[in-house]
Design a binder for this molecule. Structure first.
Ligand code: GLA
Length: 403
């Protein structure tokens, strides 16, 4: 269903060529930022909890060139183009000015680069000159794999380097979160950008969202004959919509009712009896999910990759029944994968659509794919997109030589 993914190096070389055609200049460089899959730890990040995502081998690439002082044209104009364009068009183009950005002032995909500029200006006091940008991404849009964060992260690592800002990765994570929350208007946590910034090939990122302390935990899938299959239900989710922020408020209410600053500060064994039934379910999910993250980390540190399967499946059940952020397509993806032999499966990301992941043995891949496709067809659901992902390195510059 999905086309084979072109190697990053040749994508970067094409992008440089394309950039010269579009803007008549060579870029200052090309930067890559991956999408992410969350292995476990869902709806825990904004509760100061634990997450265990990994950066994936699908990424956003940006070629960028800063406007030079004295160049003709407006010094603070940003011109943008993306190869992800509406049908029949070659590029999707946009522009904005780095001065005077206000939330809501830039729409569509350009809101992500604009949000990063907004965060740098407002939050970090950086003077951002105009620039030209060309974007190409292999992170599927709307699949819950953080395609928007990949764009934001690619832009911030590029600007950090070109403007010599010297920011470390946690700082860039906080700034892109600010961009999402304050400019794009999505009340999301810090997991996605952290995975994109701090991921490591062959590993998952164990992140404490309270301190932003992180540790890479080995996830040697191939050595164990395992794969992570993504099942993109193609049900489009949006975190600017109400469900996500309603869950967030519910957690905040729960923490307050328990006398804690956040759900992370709720001591183990605290009775949840004083909470109303709905809040109790939400809180129970978050407390249980933090525990499951720690257990998965324990298995991985002990080299027991296959042993995490049941914990993944338990996470899904909790998200479905207690946190209530799943949907029939995600539940079907999980059930069909498990029935066809997956070791574990769960929705990944915010929910209400997007993707599920299944941990499978390599030799079961075709069977699981066929089972999931068959189950979707039988229920009359849209055909899902299926592909495997590998844990990849976090964002960085790609060395491209050109003449
Ligand atoms: C989305 C948000 C993240 C996180 C997840 C749920 O992906 O962007 O910050 O809250 O949902 O775990």
């Amino acid at each position: 269903m999905s086309a084979p993914v072109q190697p990053v190096q040749s994508r970067a070389e094409n992008l440089v060529r394309r950039f010269a055609e579009v803007y008549g200049e060579t870029p200052d460089g090309v930067w890559r930022a991956p999408g992410r899959v969350n292995l476990i730890g869902e709806h825990t990040d904004y509760n100061n909890g634990f997450v265990l995502p990994f950066a994936i081998d699908r990424s956003a690439l940006v070629a960028m060139r800063l406007r030079r002082p004295g160049e003709t044209g407006e010094p603070d104009v940003v011109r943008l183009a993306s190869t992800y364009a509406p049908d029949g068009e070659e590029l999707s183009r946009a522009r904005f000015h780095t001065g005077g950005l206000e939330p809501g002032g830039v729409g569509g995909w350009a809101a992500y680069p604009a949000g990063v500029v907004f965060a740098l200006v407002r939050r970090a006091g950086v003077v951002v000159p105009g620039f030209d940008l060309l974007l190409d991404s292999t992170v599927p849009v709307g699949a819950g794999l953080s395609s928007s964060h990949a764009v934001e992260v690619a832009v911030i690592v590029a600007l950090n380097e070109l403007l010599e800002l010297g920011m470390d990765r946690p700082r860039m994570a906080r700034l892109t979160q600010y961009a999402e929350n304050e400019f794009v208007g999505a009340p999301t946590g810090i997991m996605d950008q952290s995975a994109s910034l701090m991921g490591r090939e062959g590993s998952a990122l164990f992140l404490d969202c309270r301190s932003l302390d992180s540790e890479t935990v080995p996830l040697p899938l191939a050595r164990h004959g395992l794969e992570v299959l993504v099942i993109d239900t193609r049900v489009v989710h949006s975190h600017a919509d109400g469900g996500y922020s309603a869950r967030r408020s519910s957690c905040e209410r729960g923490a307050a009712a328990l006398g804690a600053a956040s759900l992370r500060e709720v001591p183990a064994g605290t009775s949840l009896d004083r909470l109303d039934a709905e809040t109790r379910r939400r809180v129970r999910h978050v407390l249980g999910e933090n525990e499951r993250v720690l257990q998965v980390v324990g298995h991985l540190r002990a080299g027991d990759v296959a042993g995490i399967g049941n914990l993944l499946t338990a996470s899904h059940a909790s998200l479905r029944d207690d946190f209530e952020v799943s949907c029939p397509e995600l539940d079907l993806a999980v059930d069909a994968a498990l029935a066809a032999g997956a070791l574990g499966a769960r929705m990944t990301g915010g929910g209400f659509g997007g993707s599920a992941i299944a941990l499978i043995r390599r030799e079961d891949e075709e069977r699981v794919r066929a089972a999931v496709r068959g189950a979707f067809a039988e229920r009359g659901f849209r055909e899902p997109a299926l592909f495997t992902v590998l844990p990849a390195d976090g964002a960085g510059r790609i060395r491209v030589t050109w003449h």
